[in-house]
Design a protein around this ligand. Structure first.
Ligand SMILES: NC(=O)c1ccc[n+]([C@@H]2O[C@H](COP(=O)([O-])OP(=O)(O)OC[C@H]3O[C@@H](n4cnc5c(N)ncnc54)[C@H](OP(=O)(O)O)[C@@H]3O)[C@@H](O)[C@H]2O)c1
Length: 331
């Protein structure tokens, strides 16, 4: 049995390019006692992958040259030497970008058979759905009726943020690139308005749409977007730093915010987080997300792209805004 792998070949400077990854076919190793072999079906494709390629320690150490591209994935067990897993079980784990995982069961979760599309466990019920949930409700301490602004609002985290804020009775303003994405944010996810940052003046539009100021700004992009939001915060605002995709290609010289002193006069706070800071609450969060989904109040949008050999081009789609909702790779 052969395994197709995607490994880091050369650290990119700026955008990833043709030399960044090496894609190869490798023989699968034999299993040790307790191990499983998984034929992967879907892998998660995430902006954070770009940060792991740089020689900068974030919440995880940087990837080593030659290391398998890290990723969460879902697949089916095809061979097992573990008493806890059977051939045919659907499982989720940190399997990396490859076609066949062979190894330990550490952090591998069995997905019980339900009517939930298993892909959602990498999206709305996975890292991006959980980031929206914890970011808005715990870090953002959202209260009913507040005004929420979210960037990358048509993306994996963003479209869940818009919908949760709506179901909590908040006024929601999205920010997205292009008229088509903006109309989806309003019509499909329920935002009150959406600013097209590619053609509209951000700070001015925020001021008009949020005359009493922004109570919760949920940031996915950083840079000028974060600065425009900081110029429009309300007294007691919370700025949720979920991510900063606009900065990931240049992590050694991240921009701004030049106007962070606005936090003083507005008694506001700005706080970052990673999902695992809330690990003990994953099950509660997933139960809420499933409940809202089944009540028809929360939809999970996925975009599935085919072919492990296309992984570099698929990862680049996130940075070019070519995804709607959660981007997945079908192996
Ligand atoms: N803290 C955590 O635990 C956690 C967990 C998951 C994700 N995150 C972070 O959350 C953010 C969103 O991740 P995601 O998986 O949901 O990705 P995503 O929003 O589905 O995809 C990225 C989107 O960002 C926008 N974008 C790309 N480059 C941009 C730029 N230079 N300026 C402004 N917008 C840009 C694009 O949308 P447009 O077409 O609208 O420009 C693109 O579709 C990322 O920063 C990620 O690192 C954090």
């Amino acid at each position: 049995m052969e395994n197709t792998t995607v490994r880091l070949a050369v650290r990119p400077e700026g955008e990833i390019n043709d030399r960044t990854f090496v894609i190869a076919s490798e023989p699968v190793p034999s299993l040790s006692e307790g191990d499983i072999r998984v034929a992967l079906e879907y892998c998660s494709v995430d902006p954070a992958m770009r940060t792991w390629l740089s020689e900068i320690t974030s919440y995880v150490p940087p990837m080593a040259i030659g290391e398998l591209m890290r990723s969460g994935g879902i697949g089916e067990i095809v061979e097992t030497k573990s008493a806890d897993f059977q051939v045919g079980d659907k499982v989720m784990g940190r399997f990396g970008i490859q076609s066949v995982y062979s190894g330990s069961t550490l952090d591998v979760i069995k997905l019980e058979s339900t009517n939930i599309d298993i892909r959602h466990y990498l999206g709305g019920l996975g890292g991006t759905g959980l980031a929206a949930y914890f970011g808005l409700l715990d870090v953002g301490a959202l209260k009913n009726g507040e005004t929420v602004v979210v960037s990358a609002a048509a993306g994996a985290v963003g479209h869940i943020v818009v919908q949760i804020a709506r179901l909590k009775g908040c006024k929601v303003i999205g920010i997205a690139g292009g008229a088509e994405k903006c109309s989806r944010v309003i019509e499909e996810y329920g935002a009150d308005a959406c600013i097209d940052y590619k053609s509209e003046p951000l700070a001015e539009r925020m001021k008009n749409l949020c005359p009493d100021g922004i109570d919760v700004y949920f940031d996915n992009v950083g840079g000028e977007t974060l600065e425009a939001a900081l110029d429009n915060i309300a007294l007691g605002a919370r700025i949720v730093i979920c991510g900063a995709i606009g900065e990931y290609d240049n992590l050694d010289s991240v921009n701004g915010p030049r106007n962070y002193l606005n936090l003083i006069g507005k008694a506001a706070r700005m706080q970052g987080y990673v999902n695992f800071h809330f690990a003990e609450h994953y099950e509660t969060a997933r139960a809420d997300l499933i409940k809202w989904n089944q009540e028809g109040k929360l939809q999970f949008r996925d975009q599935t792209e085919q072919g492990i050999e296309n992984f570099p081009a698929i990862l680049k789609m996130l940075f070019a805004g070519k995804n709607n909702g959660k981007l997945l790779l079908k192996i």
